[in-house]
Structures are given as structure tokens and as C-alpha cells.
Design a protein around this ligand. Structure first.
Ligand code: BGC
Length: 552
């Protein structure tokens, strides 16, 4: 069967934490029925695909990324029928739904692990056991703030087990063919319910090998190609989105295909997050210099024609600073996370709006970069209204607080008594729900929500933004980033002033001489057609505009 359309190439994704979104039964926890109730909101925002964070049974040590049963739903979230109904209702509105597929590990409470500890067949070798905790010493620790080692001793079995994340998340043993098949069964189960694909969690770490850093190993790619082959054969409409927090050259193999020939179709992941570009958007803004963005784009290899990057500004984790140099990391911490509580592992646990002090101009500028650079953008729930965070909550919980729907009881999130909510609401004077909420912003045509909804709409109507080649127009002023997206005859130019000061600019638009200019997003007037001289203008602080060059 041929693989279906390439819808994901110009889709906008919406990352949704179910516990935080909408509580349908008043128990203080968001649930699947709550999400179903709010689908019209997502359709109105205009997004194409919802990514649901894990809703599987779990002891919630890692907020659901520690799965204790692969074929069910955590009781806080509802039932399997609620899940099916959500997918059905989303499809009815033209929305697609993906969720996390956690291949690398399970919870230590998973029956497979409990059986493995007791050496019960067929689970004895489902996990990576060892008599020594000296193996794979070149593998880094990811949760450096809490995990002293990637090995934990299990007294019942009398051996150490391997884990790349929390000790409560033992890694599965992919050298065992039964594990490989088991996870394919899990995948089929969810796709049979009508799901549109998966965000595949932590894929670089599936295999271990002595003398390596245990990341991106050839065996890992071989298994992932098998996963894709099943999708291509049995579920051609579904997509696989990789979470591989790696440098672009190391992520490129996750798309498969032929690195020298983009016309050869990718045969591993349809999409992968572009992690390194994310902190560079913040760096470029803070330093008022486009170079970090330009440099990482230069370092980003072309993809197979049927593949796409997925981009984002923030997500449910800390703003990761793994893909920057040591010096850049310290710069980012000093600039965006002065208070030690704002830092976590190698990152920053803050939401988008507080990172820029709630400044509307910088928020819009970041969104404009996200929507006009390569890749399909992902909006993290609440960031479309500029929600705040709470750095005093443990782990990453401060960026997972209840969605702020209105200024009423519990921000419209839940009918429960306030002390029953899974998390305190954001209630501070800058970002509190009485001030920052969906209802207020929808009622105000000049709100951030409307600007983002416009950007989403623009991507739908201008294919160049999803499919187009992406080039940087040479401009002498390094505080200005001019992005040209071209797809067939469609040309979109997006110009950004990264600086807090007015910036004089000379834009050489002569290649499009004679074409008509249509402003897509702009606060200023443009001449109707392009002359044969470079265009001189002074950009206002953080100004951005999008133009389309249209044949006359
Ligand atoms: C998820 C995290 C999670 C980790 C372990 C990630 O990359 O985004 O939230 O803690 O995988 O599953």
C-alpha cells in the first residue's frame, strides 16, 4: 500500500498535557473527556494535529513517561472508550491525534519488569541486567540533578538494571527479539484505534554497546526502520515523529533514505524535532544577532522529500540546553534563568512568556521565527495565550499547570474545590488566570491568541511556509534576519529585527523586480510593486513582517 499524503509537511501541531487541559468530572485532574469538550477551541485556533502526552497507566514518577501498562488508560484520564471517542471527535473536526510511544523504557511497576526481577519467562531478559555497574561507562546521565548513575541495584534479582532516565524507569532490552515484537504489538494496538501516529520518545537510547556513548547506534536505526516498515505496510496514514535531542547531523539518519539524494524517500521517521534550532532562537533574540540561527541552519542537512522537521519554542520539559556549547549554556542561564530555581538538569524550567518578561513584541517575534523557518511548528498548550509558570513546583511541574480558560472558578479548568486541583493555578499579578486567559483573549481582536491564530491560518494558505526551500537573504545589519521561503512560484519573505533598538536595513529585493508585494503580516505600508533598487527602511524594535511576492 502506498503511504498517504504528506499532510504533516504543512501542519501545525499542538502539544497537549491532558491533566492540565480540562477536567470533565470535577476531580481536579484534566481528562480525555475534558479534551473532547475543548476540541472546538483547537479547531478554531486552526491547528492540524494534537499531540497528547502519555495517558497510559503509570505510577507517575515521570508524569506518565513511566508506563506500567501499555494497553490501557490511567484512571485519572478516563477509559479506553474515552480515548476512542476523543480520536473520533477530533477526526470529525478535521483534527489528527498522535500520542507518545515510549519505546526505551517502562515503569519499574510494569508487570514485565516485576516478572523480570523474578527471572520469570518470557520476561527474564526483557530488561538490561548486569552483575556490574561498570558497563557502558561512556553513556552520559540525562537527569543529572537526580540520578547518580545509569545503573540501579535490584536486591530481588541480585543484579543491576540499566536506565537512561529515573531509576524507576528501567530500559527495555532491544537485543531481545521478544521485546522488539512486543513493542510492535503495542504500536498496532493504538493505531488500530484510529490514532494518526506517535511522537516516539527518547529514541536514540534503545540499544547499548560497550565502547560507545550508547546513542544513535546502528542497531537502533535498524529497529526503527522495522517500525516504519510496519507503519508503511499496515497504517500508511500514520506518522512517526522522533524525539532525538541530538545535533542535526546525528538526527539526519533518523529520517533514513539517502543522505546524498533527497529524492530518495525517507524510510525511518516522517518527522523529527529540530532541537538545536530552539535555544538559538532565544540566543539570537537575547544577543540581538541572527548568527546563532544562521549557523545552525547551515549545519542542517537537507531531508528526503517526504520528511519534515518539527520545530517548537517550548514544551513540557525544561528548555533543554544540551545542544549548545558550554559557553552558550552559561550565557543562556545567565540571561534567561538568573534565579537558580529556574534551572533544571541542563536546561531552564520556564514557560515561553515569562522567558521574555511577558513582552508581547518579543513573544510575537519568536513566534514569527517559528512560523517562517524550516519545519512544522508545535504550539505548547497555554503558550498561545502567553501563560506563566511556577518555578517553585518540583521537577518540570511548573510548566504543566492548569490551562487558563477564563477568569472564573479555577480558571474554567475544573469544578473541583480549589484545594483538590492536581496543581496550583498560576495566580501571580503578571500571568495569573484572571489576567491571562482564553476568554479574554478571544474577545480582544488584538490579543496574542488572535495573532497566533492568524499565523496558523497563514501557514495553511501559503504552502511555501511548510514545503518551501528556506534561504537567508543577505543583509548587512546582523540584527536583522530575513527569511525567504520559496515553493514553485510562491515566494514569502519574512523580515525580523532581533534588536530592542531601531535598525536601518537595506533589503535587496531585486531578484523579484517587477513582482507585486502583498503584505501578509505588517504594521507598515509597502509600495505595490518592487522596483529595481534595494529597499532602504528602518525597522522598529522587534518589528517583523511577512510579504508575499506575487507575479503581476
Ligand atoms: C520526555 C520527558 C521524559 C523522558 C523520559 C522525554 O524526552 O519528553 O518528559 O521525562 O523522555 O521518558
Amino acid at each position: 500500500m502506498a503511504e498517504a499524503s504528506l499532510w504533516y509537511k504543512d501542519a501545525v501541531f499542538y502539544e497537549l498535557y491532558v491533566r492540565a487541559f480540562c477536567d470533565s468530572n470535577g476531580d481536579g485532574h484534566g481528562d480525555l473527556r475534558g479534551v473532547s469538550r475543548r476540541l472546538d477551541y483547537l479547531a478554531e485556533l486552526g491547528v492540524d494535529c494534537i499531540w497528547l502526552l502519555p495517558t497510559y497507566p503509570s505510577p507517575l514518577v515521570d508524569d506518565g513517561y513511566d508506563i506500567s501498562g501499555h494497553y490501557g488508560i490511567h484512571p485519572d484520564y478516563g477509559t479506553l472508550d474515552d480515548f476512542k471517542e476523543l480520536v473520533r471527535a477530533a477526526h470529525e473536526r478535521g483534527l489528527r491525534v498522535i500520542t507518545d510511544l515510549v519505546l526505551n523504557h517502562t515503569s519499574d511497576q510494569h508487570p514485565w519488569f516485576q516478572a523480570s526481577r523474578r527471572r520469570q519467562e518470557p520476561y527474564t531478559d526483557y530488561y538490561v541486567w548486569s552483575d556490574s555497574d561498570h558497563r557502558y561507562r561512556e553513556a552520559r546521565i540525562i537527569f543529572i540533578d537526580t540520578q547518580p548513575s545509569n545503573w540501579t541495584w535490584d536486591s530481588l534479582r541480585g543484579q543491576y538494571y540499566w536506565h537512561r532516565f529515573y531509576g524507576e524507569q528501567p530500559d527495555l532490552n532491544y537485543d531481545n527479539p521478544a521485546v522488539q515484537d512486543e513493542m510492535l504489538r503495542v504500536m498496532r494496538f493504538w493505531l488500530d484505534l484510529g490514532l494518526d501516529g506517535f511522537r516516539a520518545d527518547a529514541v536514540p537510547y534503545l540499544y547499548e554497546s560497550e565502547g560507545t556513548n550508547c546513542e544513535n547506534l546502528p542497531e537502533t536505526h535498524a529497529y526503527l526502520k522495522r517500525v516504519r516498515a510496519v507503519i508503511a505496510e499496515e497504517y500508511p496514514q500514520a506518522i512517526l515523529l522522533a524525539e532525538a535531542n541530538q545535533w542535526p547531523e546525528d538526527v539526519r539518519p533518523y529520517f533514513g533514505g539517502n543522505p546524498r539524494d533527497p529524492s530518495v524517500p525517507g524510510d525511518e521517521f516522517h518527522m523529527s524535532f529540530h532541537f538545536p534550532v530552539m535555544p538559538r532562537l532565544f540566543m539570537a533574540l537575547g544577543r540581538e544577532d541572527r548568527e546563532p540561527i544562521v549557523e545552525i541552519l547551515r549545519r542542517t542537512p537537507p531531508l528526503p522529500f517526504n520528511s519534515q522537521w518539527c520545530t517548537f519554542l517550548r514544551n513540557h520539559d525544561e528548555l533543554t540546553l544540551e545542544m549548545v556549547t558550554e559557553e552558550e549554556r552559561h550565557w543562556m542561564w545567565n540571561y534567561y534563568a538568573r534565579e537558580p530555581r529556574m534551572r533544571l538538569n541542563l536546561g531552564i524550567r520556564r514557560r515561553l512568556a515569562p522567558l521574555v518578561d511577558g513582552d508581547r513584541c518579543r513573544l510575537e517575534l519568536l513566534y514569527s521565527l517559528l512560523f517562517t523557518l524550516i519545519g512544522s511548528p508545535t504550539i505548547y498548550y497555554g503558550d498561545e495565550i502567553g501563560m506563566g509558570d511556577n518555578i517553585w513546583l518540583p521537577d518540570r511541574n511548573g510548566v504543566r499547570t492548569p490551562m487558563q480558560w477564563d477568569a472564573g472558578h479555577n480558571a474554567g479548568f475544573s469544578d473541583a474545590p480549589p484545594d483538590r486541583l492536581y496543581s496550583p493555578l498560576i495566580a501571580d499579578s503578571d500571568f495569573g488566570y484572571e489576567r491571562v486567559n482564553v476568554a479574554a483573549q478571544r474577545a480582544d481582536p488584538y490579543s496574542l491568541w488572535h495573532t497566533i491564530a492568524n499565523m496558523v491560518r497563514m501557514r495553511k494558505t501559503h504552502r511555501a511556509l511548510g514545503w518551501g526551500a528556506c534561504e537567508i537573504l543577505p543583509v548587512t545589519n546582523s540584527a536583522v534576519l530575513a527569511i525567504v521561503r520559496t515553493h514553485g512560484a510562491e515566494v514569502v519573505l519574512a523580515v525580523h529585527n532581533l534588536s530592542s533598538q531601531p535598525q536601518p536595513t537595506l533589503l535587496d529585493l531585486r531578484p523579484w523586480h517587477g513582482l507585486r508585494i502583498e503584505a501578509l503580516f505588517a504594521q507598515r505600508e509597502f509600495p505595490g510593486s518592487l522596483g529595481d533598487k534595494p529597499c532602504a527602511l528602518t525597522l522598529q524594535p522587534y518589528e517583523y513582517f511577512w510579504l508575499q511576492m506575487v507575479p503581476t
